[in-house]
Design a protein around this ligand. Structure first.
Ligand code: ZN
Length: 441
């Protein structure tokens, strides 16, 4: 039974985007990784029903039982233009209810915000996509170009059972598409008191590895120097403490120059990290886009307090700058030494697209109509999206899920964070901007 606080607005007062996002949050679509998840099919069927109510003919695809993606084509006015893929993912990362101040799957609305796992990653954009289609088709209009609207499963585990599955087995679904827009871009940041928008034009590569240490199994009271847990801990500390050097790419070079211009500082005198820090809460994303990161995330070892196990394992989440994958892997191998086995669990490419061309122009113009005077800056996402899979079909991907955010919201901290939430008025803004873009681009 769901209950709501007194300050919950009546549904009638809620924007369609908020009600759809809230509905989607109430499907617990937790992706636990390693093939385990739940709820994606229920969410996919909800999306399917929503699309059917707009007169569309969505198709559902199960890569495995319960791992459902939805794809639908929406005809456009101008068939001479390439189709645009507008995509989101339906899965979310786990949420520990103990750590949250609200139930992460209740879709609570309070203090003018929608709270819940997926509120920003990315049931917000899923809802904006559906609400924008409703705006356009419901008023008897068509998008400017043909749209291929996709809701993927499994993004949070690298998209193997979602975007990669569809790109590999059903590439014809994306036939005719030249560009794609999706999550983690298009949101506003506050630079020296001025609002600006970040358009994601690139993504770091990802390599998820497992470190395996082996040693002698023995009684916990013995003198054992080949202790697998000790060996693993040493390797994990080296990888986790490694300070990777800053290397600027085309995107981050351009971003830093723009930041210096907007903040009115001399880029020769202010270093990249310092400039990134000047972006306030956005520095959580930007600093990580300047270098490789190698974060230990999971440890597995042992089964009894007085037994030395013969094996210990750690998972490391590596995000390299595009093109640095092999050199970083080699350096990690050298860091941990020959006694540690490295198993590559999942690997995906980095992307970088120029900050220019018709889509970027359209995004800049559209944002200019809805938030005049706010500059739009390119950035390299420190994480990854389903754009990686689509890029293998030659589709250029951008992160554009528009949100006008208050200066005091630590937006990067919302992603996979505790008390993930999004302002209701930002959802309305997002729907309006997306409707405008899809109607005119
Ligand atoms: Zn996401």
């Amino acid at each position: 039974m769901l209950s709501f606080a007194d300050n919950t607005p009546a549904d009638a007062a809620l924007d369609l985007t908020a009600t759809i996002a809230r509905d989607l949050i109430r499907f617990d679509t937790t992706n636990y990784g390693e093939g385990r998840s739940n709820g994606e099919t229920d969410a996919a069927e909800y999306v399917e029903a929503n699309l059917r109510s707009l007169g569309l003919a969505p198709q559902l695809f199960d890569s495995e039982p319960g791992r459902t993606s939805v794809v639908v084509r929406v005809p456009g006015r101008d068939s001479s233009r390439g189709a645009l893929v507008v995509h989101g993912h339906l899965d979310v990362v786990p949420a520990d209810p103990e750590a949250w101040s609200v139930d992460p799957f209740a879709g609570v609305i309070k203090d003018g915000l929608l709270w819940g796992r997926g509120a920003v990653d990315m049931k917000n954009m899923d809802a904006m996509m559906l609400a924008s289609l409703q705006n356009i088709l419901g008023s008897g209009q068509e998008p400017a170009r043909e749209l291929i609207v996709a809701f993927f499963a499994d993004e949070e585990a690298g998209g193997v059972l979602g975007s990669h599955y569809l790109v590999d087995t059903r590439p014809e679904l994306f036939q005719g598409a030249t560009e794609a827009i999706s999550e983690v871009g298009g949101y506003s940041i506050t630079l020296g008191g001025q609002r600006a928008y970040l358009l994601q034009t690139g993504e770091k590569a990802l390599i998820w590895i497992k470190l395996v240490a082996r040693g002698e199994a023995a009684h916990g009271s013995r003198l054992i120097r080949s202790n697998a847990v000790t060996r693993l801990a040493e390797a994990v500390a080296k990888v986790g403490r490694r300070e990777w050097p800053i290397r600027l790419t085309e995107t981050t070079t351009q971003l830093l120059a723009e930041l210096a211009r907007v903040l009115d500082v001399d880029p020769q005198r202010v270093g990249p990290d310092e400039l990134a820090l000047a972006t306030g809460t956005a520095s959580g994303f930007i600093q990580a886009s300047l270098r490789t990161t190698t974060n230990p995330t999971v440890l597995h070892a042992g089964y009894k307090h007085n037994v030395i196990p013969d094996r210990a394992e750690a998972l490391i989440d590596i995000r390299t700058l595009p093109g640095d994958e092999d050199s970083v892997l080699a350096e990690v191998a050298a860091l941990v030494g020959p006694d540690i086995e490295i198993v590559v669990m999942h690997r995906d490419i980095g992307l970088e697209t120029e900050f220019g061309g018709p889509l970027v122009d359209a995004v800049v113009e559209t944002l200019g109509r809805h938030d005049p005077g706010a500059p739009v800056l390119p950035y390299l996402l420190s994480a990854g999206t389903d754009n990686k899979a689509l890029s293998t079909l030659g589709i250029k991907g951008y992160g554009f899920a528009p949100l006008k955010l208050p200066a005091d919201l630590d937006f990067p901290a919302m992603f996979h964070g505790v008390d993930e939430r999004v302002p209701l008025d930002a959802l309305v803004f997002g729907r309006q901007v997306l409707t405008d873009l899809l109607s005119n681009y």
